[in-house]
Design a protein around this ligand. Sequence first.
Ligand code: ADP
Ligand code: MG
Length: 680
Amino acid sequence: MELQSEIKNLKGIGPKKQAALKKIGVSSIEDLLFLYPRDYEDRRNLKSIDLLKEGENAVICAKIQLIIKSRKNFGKKQILRILVEDSTGAIEIVFFQMTYLEKTLMRDQEYIFFGKIASRNGRLQMIQPDFHIFEGKTENQILPIYPLTLGLTQKELRKWQAAIKPFIAQLNEFLPEEIIKKNRLCSFTYAMMNIHFPQSPQKLKEAKFRLVFNELFLLQTGLMLTKNCLTMQQKGISFSDQINVLDFIRSFPYSLTKAQLRVISEINKDMESSHVMNRLVQGDVGSGKTAVAAVSIFKAVKSGFQVAMMAPTELLAKQHYEGLKEQFNAFNVKVGFLSGSLTEKQKKQVLFELEQGNIQLLIGTHALIQKRVVFKNLGLVITDEQHRFGVNQRTLLTEKGQHPDVLVMTATPIPRTLAIILYGDLDYSVIDEMPPGRKSIETKALSPMQREQAYAFLIAEVKQGRQAYVVAPLIEESETMECQSAVSAFEEFQIKYPQIRAGLLYGTMKQSEKDKIMQAFYERELDILFATVVIEVGINVPNATVMLIENAERFGLAQLHQLRGRVGRGTERSYCLLIADQKNELAKERAKIMAQSNDGFFIAEKDLKLRGPGEFFGMRQHGIPELKIADLGKHIRILETVKKESISILECDPFLKEPDHALLRMKIEKMFENVENIGI
Ligand code: ADP
Ligand code: MG
């Protein structure tokens, strides 16, 4: 057996176990070695039940007295309660949606339980613990707890890890000696031994630090390595430095903020240089990204190139088209529009003028990436609300030119510290200032019981001449009574308040229908727009002052923030009402954060902490592989150290071609093998 051998070669692993292991990403011995424990059970600290405290993670050894299965409740969740007892007292243990345990757990049997202690109605409970049969030994150990899946047990994993322990000695050091010394890291093998078989909390800490360092170092070096490759290989367009953008900037009806001007100059520098620009512009909703894009469009067009601007929805594309067409009119720039909603004849006309070079700026939806869209000389590609596009869609668009510059705009803020590290200082700009005079949006969390009040408030605003949004999920996904869908909320509302003009908008509606509704809302023929999250992106109706969100517990923080950004765009005071199940802890926490701040970056930092890095903004889409031990929310300091080390190593050996770095390179390649595309 070797490190690379398939896992089935290990004694005790048949096809069933093999399949289960595969589900948690383990196919080889090596994979198993790198399956890190997700927690530890400190058996040196077995607690007696009478000493348990709310909020702690504790290990107890207790006998099962009673097993009670609750009936299905609304949400189809089945709950299993068991009563356990040791010589000092008894405690209830609760399992959610794990009724199969009913068959596994045995009365009168002693188990070790490891889990969080919570309090309910003044009584302590242990929630969803890990457990295994107590084997009678008074073990004095820190035991690893591995991530499991159906068909695997802790005991098996511990046994297999013990069986492959000898392979740890075969792992080669891949970090340069200097880095290890300078950062006082323990050796790789020591770390691997202690992560699986910790000899003391102190040694476990050293091990974790080393492995977090490893992971972040590989991540950072990998990201920078690709960037080196990309920017060094490609020679791009040098746009003229003779274009006077000041005239254009003066044509705005307002003066640009300092942040907008700074970002514009960052973009200008990139555009004038001969390498390909690959710049991400982040700015909170309403920070004025469009104005920044407009200036770069002006520069490209006046240098003699065409520009493509792609937006994720028809609505948004149209809005950009109408605004920019008017602005560019005074500068003799011809602007075109392309989307699936045009007639064939209209499309042909646009495509013809584009190929001739008459259209200098083409704005549209993903219709822009179709094969038959041909530019004469595409020099700049802009995508708005980047998170809505896949990497491939953007690539298809850039391939319509010869290494055009790329500008990507997003209102999904990545925490500042994190973004600077992940993107380097090179291609990342942030508009961290709002245009003057914006009022903060008052945000309130309400329970479903307060729905009436919420609607009463909304109607009062409408009677004052304002408009409002109501956002809800499209379909009722569960049978719970509380769930409101956009459709049913709309229908109920119409029956109750026939005198108020309401419209309904959702993603799968016919385009022409959507346009009609949206147009009506723009023109104040509708007072209230009921919608699904289709309105999340970019829509600008300054007269709208209330955003009411039903079932807010179903939306993440980033999404809630985006939705809220639809109001507060005019001069009137604006409000965001979140109706959420107040029993849902996560929803409560989110509502609290939303009420606390209007700053997208602050919210992003919190979101990162709440959700953990795995789910955060689709890391993989950003070219970031899944991390096994490091936490991008927690380990910012280590990340900063690591970045310096990565830079110094790549300065000497930009492509890691030296034999000394061969192993490091291999490790990086393995880490990134499942990531679609690296870069922004
Ligand atoms: P986003 O960054 O969300 O795309 P927009 O570009 O749509 O924001 O701008 C939001 C609104 O703010 C628009 O109505 C725009 O005209 C206005 N705006 C942009 N920059 C400024 C500024 N410097 N001063 C005043 N208003 C501005
Ligand atoms: Mg925008």
